[in-house]
Design a protein around this ligand. Structure first.
Ligand SMILES: Cc1cc2nc3c(=O)[nH]c(=O)nc-3n(C[C@H](O)[C@H](O)[C@H](O)COP(=O)(O)O)c2cc1C
Length: 166
């Protein structure tokens, strides 16, 4: 199985979850930002797992990201070096394979991103093999709640099993 985990992450929480999911999926799984996940990098993938943070109740738009440059209370400026997940999904080359979606968010309900990501992956031909997952942060900018990294690794293992069965 060729699996890839693709993320958008402004303050590092979603990137950390993405790395843990990739570990759970097994060796050989690549973990790429939306900038690194070029069409060449994705070509021939059997499983795409994609995630973003929830900002202002949804997957962040370019406009919302722009407004975060001077967000008060931030430990550091947001990492805007990679494009929004929205843009990455909109330009995803249609393929044939499986998918799963995740997001990181506050303990809510204050919206989600995983369902919209799952929908876009499905529309591109990557059929969901699992229900989307939300991973929780304890403060506005993180950190992740205790145990979330382990939960992400375990979910990666589950996804590998589900992809083998599918
Ligand atoms: C400006 C801002 C707005 C946020 N809005 C929401 C929200 O509407 N719903 C939610 O559940 N979490 C919200 N959060 C929490 C983020 O989803 C959480 O910190 C996320 O893990 C950030 O991911 P990242 O570190 O990968 O960028 C917000 C955080 C910030 C900084």
């Amino acid at each position: 199985m060729r699996a890839v985990v693709v993320y958008e992450s402004l303050w590092g929480n979603t990137a950390a979850i993405a790395r843990a999911i990739a570990e759970g999926l097994g060796s050989g799984t690549r973990c790429l930002s939306t900038r690194e996940a070029t069409p060449e990098a994705i070509a021939g993938c059997d499983l795409i797992v994609a995630g973003s943070p929830v900002i202002a109740f949804r997957m962040p738009s370019a406009k919302v990201r722009d407004s975060l440059r001077n967000e008060s209370g931030a430990p550091r400026p947001p990492d805007l070096s990679h494009p929004p997940m929205r843009e990455w999904l909109a330009s995803l080359t249609p393929g044939k394979g499986h998918s799963a979606a995740f997001d990181t968010r506050a303990k809510g309900p204050f919206g989600s991103a995983a369902p919209a990501i799952a929908k876009a992956l499905g529309a591109a031909g990557y059929q969901p093999i699992a229900k989307g997952r939300g991973f929780i942060v304890t403060g506005k900018f993180g950190p992740l709640r205790e145990g979330e990294i382990e939960r992400a690794r375990a979910w990666g293992k589950e996804l590998a099993e589900a992809a083998r069965r599918a």
